[in-house]
Design a protein around this ligand. Structure first.
Ligand code: SF4
Ligand code: SF4
Length: 587
């Protein structure tokens, strides 16, 4: 472990430092949509404790693991320095054991004989509305359910389960965050976290198809709402808007192997925020996926680059919504398998502009066992890969600081503090190996990590793994298209270079722009690039735009390229850029 990384474990205790970070409370219009039937507003104080204790009692009886985790902690402290929010804030209530104690104290006081008899002597504390509102509500929303602490606990106590139970108790008395309930209510209304309506979702898929066509010349389809398909693909909805290179990479993979796939506007989201909220909502969100898969007869459901989507599917879907008439897997597994079988034509050198390291999303690495596939894919599509220190990767990965439903503006400072350990580890490989690309196969990471990297001034681009796959993957027909495009560009460049030119510095005249550039280099000590800026075509000389042109779509002839472009815009509804591609200079 490097010196910088070692230093972050040397935490200065700052009791009370976490008190300032409070998530905004939900609104009735979001709360009323939740599948867990929570109250739409916080209950009055005189009802709060009774309802909360009833729910806690129910949960500990229903979830045997929770009961176990409440009983077996020996307070050894092995988990203390493994939580990124503790490392970032120094607040003892942000240690995993400190956070769990908020709930354990109440459990002991109300549900154990020793707690009832000896009270605070055995660490018991009776529940009050203030404890719920001021302690639980704050600190159970300063845990990202990342489970890093569980890896270091000698008893394997799963703090995420305790946090989930704490949040379910809070929900039962009307205390939930606006961010999480708003996201879930958007899923129930539009099928996805971002609340993208059906028409916009479809439009964006078409837009991405055009993007692929423009760069590869290949007709790659991104199907939506096909009536029957072998594969149902669930992207994080952000891949349709902000992380579009990830979606493009995935679509290219499906195209390359001729997959019969579709996405669905009813279940257009891989992510499942129920995981941060309630079992009822995990199940209800997963149910949408199951319904669509059954309807279209999918034999395989593939989850996109999203950490907690994978955990919600992997750990809960069969148990809550099964038996399932289909198999499901993660896109990393799918692509890795295709690469192993030699089904994808890959050119690693197309990623030679990046030196890559990989952030393991917590919910892939610790709750889904997906630690090797991502690395295998990256090494198959890139020549330059460097792992971060082994103490902070794979099952020991650090959270990005925005997981667990904490990716919300009002706690931005906490998010940055929570991102400190991950940022420090990235910084080490940036400084030691010139890493410039942080591969993070999770939509939450892709939203949070760029902010963290900027905050800690680490010059690295954050992107997905399929972004890299998309760049390296060669589709059938793509190379011919690229060769033609290159030849056209060179011809256009040569034509432009052949235009008579006047030196912008000394008015000397030349038969070609190239000669003019050579002159500028020799006489004025200006390189070619600068020369292009300094010189102008000789008056009266035909520029590329003024050259006669033939429309590439209908063979109509025009005196100038400009006129040809105007015609294409009017007659073929093609913008100027595309017109440049479609037309050719008249012979
Ligand atoms: S490591 Fe496990 S047993 Fe030890 S304090 Fe933490 S949760 Fe309790
Ligand atoms: S699950 Fe993660 S965020 Fe929560 S206490 Fe453990 S290490 Fe901290």
């Amino acid at each position: 472990m490097g010196e910088q990384l070692e230093k972050i474990f040397d935490v200065e205790l700052k009791p009370g430092a976490g008190e300032n970070y409070v998530c905004n409370l939900t609104k009735p219009e979001f709360a009323e949509k939740m599948a867990n039937k929570m109250p739409t507003e916080p209950l009055p104080d005189d009802q709060m404790v009774e309802v909360a204790l009833k729910r806690l009692d129910q949960l500990r009886k229903e979830r045997k693991s929770l009961q176990l985790y409440l009983d077996i902690c020996v307070r050894c402290g092995a988990c203390v320095k493994q939580c990124h929010y503790f490392l970032g804030t120094g607040d003892p209530k942000n240690t995993p054991v400190g956070r769990a104690e908020l709930l354990r104290k109440v459990y002991r006081a109300h549900f154990t004989i020793s707690g009832k008899l000896f009270g605070s002597l055995v660490g018991a504390q009776k529940l009050t509305p203030e404890i719920l509102k001021n302690e639980w509500y704050k600190f159970f929303y300063q845990c990202s359910e990342c489970r890093r602490c569980s890896v270091f606990c000698p008893y394997g106590i799963d703090q995420a389960e305790i946090t989930m139970a704490g949040r379910e108790v809070l929900n039962s008395v009307g205390l939930a965050t606006k961010y999480i309930t708003q996201v879930i209510s958007q899923v129930y209304k539009h099928g996805n976290n971002l609340g993208i309506p059906e028409a916009a979702f479809k439009y964006n898929c078409q837009f991405l198809e055009e993007e692929i066509k423009e760069s590869t010349g290949v007709d790659v389809k991104i199907p939506v709402d096909k009536e029957k398909a072998e594969i149902l693909y669930l992207p994080p909805s952000a891949d349709l808007f902000t992380n579009t290179d990830t979606m493009i990479g995935v679509a290219k993979v499906f195209h390359a192997v001729g997959a019969d796939w579709t996405m669905s506007t009813y279940a257009s989201e891989a992510a499942n925020f129920g995981l941060f909220f309630s079992y009822d909502d995990i199940k209800t969100i997963n149910l949408r996926v199951v319904e669509v898969a059954k309807k279209i007869g999918a034999k395989l459901v593939i989850f996109g680059e999203c950490g907690h989507a994978w955990r919600a599917a992997r750990q809960y879907m069969e148990a809550m919504n099964g038996p399932l008439p289909f198999k499901f897997m993660n896109i990393l597994e799918y692509t890795a398998e295709l690469i192993r079988k030699g089904k994808l034509k890959l050119d690693k050198s197309r990623n030679d502009d990046v030196i890559v390291t990989m952030h393991d999303p917590c919910n892939m690495a610790r709750a889904g066992d997906l630690v090797e596939e991502g690395r295998f894919i990256i090494k198959s599509v890139c020549n330059n890969f460097v792992d971060m220190d082994r103490s902070v990767i794979k099952e020991k990965t650090f959270c990005c600081g925005g997981g667990g439903g904490l990716l919300t503006e009002e706690i931005m400072e906490l998010r940055m503090k929570g991102g400190l350990p991950r940022a420090t580890a990235v910084k080490e490989v940036v400084e030691s190996h010139n890493v410039n690309y942080l591969a993070a196969p999770c939509a939450i990471d892709k939203a949070q990590l760029p902010l963290v990297m900027e905050h800690y001034e680490i010059p690295v681009q954050v992107g997905g793994i399929h972004d890299l796959v998309g760049k390296a993957l060669i589709l059938e027909g793509q190379e011919e298209f690229e060769a033609k495009k290159k030849a056209e560009e060179e011809a256009a460049k040569a034509a432009a270079a052949a235009v008579p030119s006047v030196c912008g510095l000394c008015d000397a005249e030349f038969a070609t722009m190239d000669e003019c550039c050579e002159h500028a280099e020799k006489e004025h000590k200006i390189s070619k690039d600068q020369c292009d800026l300094a010189c102008e075509p000789k008056e009266g000389a035909a520029s590329a735009e003024a050259a006669p042109s033939v429309c590439g779509l209908c063979d109509a002839e025009f005196a100038t390229m400009d006129e040809c472009c105007e015609h294409a815009e009017k007659e073929h509804k093609i913008s100027k850029d595309q017109c440049d591609l479609a037309c050719e200079p008249k012979k």
